[in-house]
Design a protein around this ligand. Structure first.
Ligand code: F3S
Length: 376
């Protein structure tokens, strides 16, 4: 890989953290055949739940000694940092999670604790990023037209500190070409379509024809599920995403008209907000609550602290219906979900991960079905 004199100096830095970060980026670049590093506009760091990284990860973070070079965000942690007790989180977990957040904050990373950093500060078309959360990666590449590979928590942190990432994969236009054509039936829920499609196409980039307009929130849910059940870093959607017409249309074509969901369980928790809800989704939840009435089951809605702070009226009204609003975390990264038997979700990503990562049964319904079920 061609390094600038400044990059060569960083490889020899007296600061162990900087040196190690540079070594990580160079090693990655060499593995994936990058010719150079490219400057990034922002980084987004995942893997910060104490549940996922444990004491080894905590100690590693506390030993780092550097400052990030670009705007950097964090993915959700294992708890709402204000209402952790209400989630059933114990004191030891709380203390360890706070230590992780303090160690990351010391590096200059914003403790945004969300998988939707694009609601805080939307990147521009063509911006290079180093984001780790797979749903945010897909959204940034597909819906915004920014460029990021699916980073790990460690490579995103290394990029945050150096301010650059190896230029390979989705940073290069020709690698963003669609590899398979997909037609999704108009009646199919986009989130479950993404879940089904990811299982069929794996990491291939699809060019999807939904045959109807989709909101950005629907594209968000589709992409998150696609990236969870498969491994794609982006998709194109006919007439909906900025680069869909830039490439040759692939020959291979599949159709998603129906889907098969395993037998239902009776939910003792309904969890909404994977990825974190937008202000518009909060408005929809409130409208549904006004239609169906007060909830009779446990209902948790997850969003970012920032979206919550900017929409205090809606959040307060939603809670009046008996719903709990949590920030900083989600149903998948928090151990709080583990005490439930069956969790109902409107997210193909959560539907995929809850049984695998939290060991609970999951049942899928669209947002309206989730709220209606909550009131039964
Ligand atoms: Fe976000 Fe958690 Fe889902 S990090 S995408 S809400 S699994």
């Amino acid at each position: 890989m061609d390094l600038t004199p400044e990059e060569e100096r960083l490889l020899e830095s007296d600061n162990d953290t900087v040196k190690k970060c540079m070594e990580i980026l160079v090693a990655l670049g060499e593995i994936y055949g990058a010719e150079r590093l490219v400057e990034i506009k922002s980084a987004q760091i995942s893997g910060i739940s104490y549940r996922n990284i444990g004491d080894a990860g905590l100690e590693w973070l506390e030993n780092l000694d550097a400052k990030v070079a670009v705007k950097s965000y964090t993915n959700p942690a294992g708890m709402d940092v204000e209402r952790w007790e209400e989630m059933g989180i114990d004191c030891e977990f709380y203390e360890k999670q706070i230590r992780i957040l303090k160690a990351i904050e010391k590096l200059g990373v914003e403790i945004s604790l969300t998988c939707t950093p694009y609601y805080l500060d939307t990147p521009s078309f063509g911006d290079h990023l180093a984001w780790a959360e797979s749903s945010a990666v897909v959204y940034a590449n597909s819906v915004i037209g920014a460029r990021t590979n699916r980073e790990s928590g460690i490579s995103a942190l290394a990029s945050a500190i150096i301010g650059k990432t190896p230029c390979y994969g989705l940073h290069i236009k020709e690698n963003r070409a669609p590899e398979i054509r997909v037609r999704v039936g108009r009646e199919v829920n986009p989130s479950i379509a993404g879940y089904e499609l990811g299982k069929i196409t794996g990491s291939k980039i699809p060019l999807v024809d939904f045959g109807r307009p989709l909101s950005r929130d629907e594209l968000k849910l589709f992409g998150a599920a696609l990236a969870a059940s498969g491994g794609a870093g982006m998709f194109h959607a006919v007439n909906l995403t900025p680069e869909w017409g830039d490439f040759e249309v692939p020959d291979e074509k599949i159709e998603i008209d129906q889907f098969q969901i395993d037998p239902e369980c009776d939910p003792d928790l309904i969890a909404i907000g994977c990825p974190h809800t937008s202000a518009e989704e909060l408005e929809k939840i409130l409208a549904l609550l006004k239609r169906y009435g007060r909830v009779k089951r446990e209902v948790w809605v997850f969003t970012s602290r920032e979206v919550m702070r900017k929409n205090p009226g809606i959040v307060g009204e939603i809670e009046k219906f008996g719903v709990r609003m949590f920030a900083d975390t989600c149903m998948v990264v928090s151990p709080a979900t583990e005490r439930f038997e069956c969790v109902m979700v409107n997210s193909g990503k959560a539907f995929e991960y809850l049984p695998k990562l939290r060991g609970v049964n999951a049942v899928f319904g669209d947002l309206s079905e989730c709220i209606r079920r909550a009131t039964e």
